[in-house]
Design a protein around this ligand. Sequence first.
Ligand code: ZN
Ligand code: ZN
Length: 662
Amino acid sequence: MRVLQSPQHVRQAPFQTHLCYTSHVSSRLPVCFVSINPSANPVKDIKSNNNNNNNQLIQSLCRGGNHKQALEVLWSERNPSHKTIEVLIQSCAQKSSFSDGRDVHRYLVDSGLDQDPYLATKLINMYHELGSLDCARKVFDETRERTIYIWNAFFRALAMVGRGEELLELYRQMNWSGIPSDRFTYTYVLKACVVSEFSVYPLQKGKEIHANILRHGYEENIHVMTTLLDVYAKFGCISYANSVFRAMPAKNSVSWSAMIGCYAKNDMPVKALELFHQMVLEACDSIPNSVTMVSVLQACAGLAALQQGKLVHGFILRRGLDSIMPVINALITMYGRCGEISIGERVFDKVKNPDVVSWNSLISMYGNNGYGKKAIQIFENMIHQGVSPSYISFITVLCACSHAGLVEEGKILFESMLSKYRIHPGMEHYACMVDLLGRANRLDEAIKLIEDMPFEPGPTVWGSLLGSCRIHCNAELAERASAMLFELEPWNAGNYVLLADIYAEAKMWSDVKSVRKLMGKRVLQKVPGCSWIEVKKKIYSFVSSEEDNPQIEKLRALLIKLSTEMKEQGYAPQTNIVHYDLDEGEKERILLGHSEKLAVAFGLINTVKGETIRITKNLRLCEDCHAFTKFISKFANREILVRDVNRFHCFRDGVCSCGEYW
Ligand code: ZN
Ligand code: ZN
């Protein structure tokens, strides 16, 4: 058992206790600003001006947004300064004026200034900002003296638009040509690994770049190493990410946030919270920022750790981070994932102009808690308020339908995606629909939908179908779905376990054996079940067959006592889900050792009467634990909230909010 302390003694730097909103008024007007009278003809007026005046005039015309006039002056000017051209280029980018930008470029080609490396980088940046990577590429290709700055400018542009593979190919060419990388190059090339699609093995590429970084002595550069950490985090290589983080001689808020985010995104919420506490207590120079807090909230949400979440909310308020949209949205999600709908709603209500992400968080909150109709109502409210639904909005609302078994409503929404909102349904939407139809035992319709998909169905779609096959004990269809899954994600042990469960349910014991054998051959192990419970602001974790907890004997005794008493009232242990050739008593003993039952028992012993017990489970709740918890909620007169990997279960007075849809 592991115990995580809450941040009771949060370090407070004196300047952080009160917020100071200074209005930052910076005069953008330089000393040499030339006032432009729009009715006058400045071009005519400057004919006699000297070179200096022309430069000044061009710059001030740019600031006034008068590119056309600035260009006219430029064409008459033989020796414009670099500064003037730079201002003109930047102004074209800022004002999104592509044609004027092209004219400046043409001027530079005519005057031979396009070969100036400094101006060429500015042109590349301009074209990137104007959204024309092809023109940027042209500048890049036509620049003969190619300094590292030119490469970096183009790399940056490619990384920012997600053209990672092109970037990595050019990086290879750059290495061939013998130009040494600098810290910016490494940052962009590493970003390329994160954004590139999978045809060039980006993780392997990341490791190669890591080796280059070490070889060329950049391992102490905080920016490079933080980006490297992001690469490892993205591919779930947590130990690599951690060793990069630990080896950093200096860390800043960004690197701490990256590592906390790495844990939060890779299903290690306890680690994320531990590191956050360490950051608050130890990292004197690194103050948690909004990015940190979003990850921390994500970790609290992952654990359904309401007390921790509330402490973090307080911390956010004290730091004045509560008006930042991503933080607000993460707060709504956190309260939703902890089952605290009313607080989540209050946070949402305080947002002046909720964006689509906030609405999505709200829809998702209701959906995950089983309020499908309410989720649809919120979705409609959002549209009514003039916010267009996004790709994600449809995922959240369709999931909500699925969790509540709202088949017809889901079908209408799915249809409306393209016909009404011009959003092409993606893999996630199809997976939601297959889940929705499958759970409702409309497996034929689910299969038809998969067959009619306009692209190849991925693992999420087949996974939804396999899950439905388990609910409805359809071994034949399960074989079809799992054959696809074994091909698409041979490493995912969960699929094998699910198929074995379906075979066992159908008493196809030889098939159960062959699936287990296949797992052994592929060296796959079932992910052990783990449950977390938060008691008095501490988080306790339990695994099945827990040995370390000092209260374990007490917990076991309580579970045996409760089970015996509840059996008299109708609880029947579902020993059929234990797929081993054991006697009934032994099977019952295994069931009682399930991690969520231990967590429930721990909650009953260590919380006061009437207090809600909150548990999170890393896998799907098993049938027996579900039935057991329903009984306990009535028997012990306790509200028990369990969030499993799929959804929320609120057990109260012998019934569960999921309505057996999980
Ligand atoms: Zn269980
Ligand atoms: Zn339930």
